[in-house]
Design a protein around this ligand. Sequence first.
Ligand SMILES: [Zn+2]
Length: 134
Amino acid sequence: MRRGFIRVFRCPKCGRIIRTTAARCKYCAAVIDRAAAEAAADADDKIHAANYEASLITSLSAEDKAPDIHPWVFLFAAPYYIVRWWIRTRRYPQDHPELLISKRSIKRALRLWIPILIGFLIAMWSITRRFREP
Ligand SMILES: [Zn+2]
């Protein structure tokens, strides 16, 4: 609970964004419980952090955004960040609309990761084959 900041959250009744200090929702007039509103705003902050992290994972793989990053860096870094993201978000409300955006980023990162993994395995296989065959 930071002082001096306007904090917002999603109205539990109508789903619109309102201030945590509001006594009633200005859209649907639902009575707002201050403690519940602050807790919801805290949950939103965590989800925003998770979204930011998920977008970092995806941008790590996007060659246009990160041309210096070798795909093999992504190969090893992505699982670490994806697992960390999953551990962090598994207790969050899974149907939160912003978490769904985050999930799409993670799925996109996985779709990019699998071909890189296959490429890596093929490269490893062809290298080791050279040693096996005289
Ligand atoms: Zn409302």
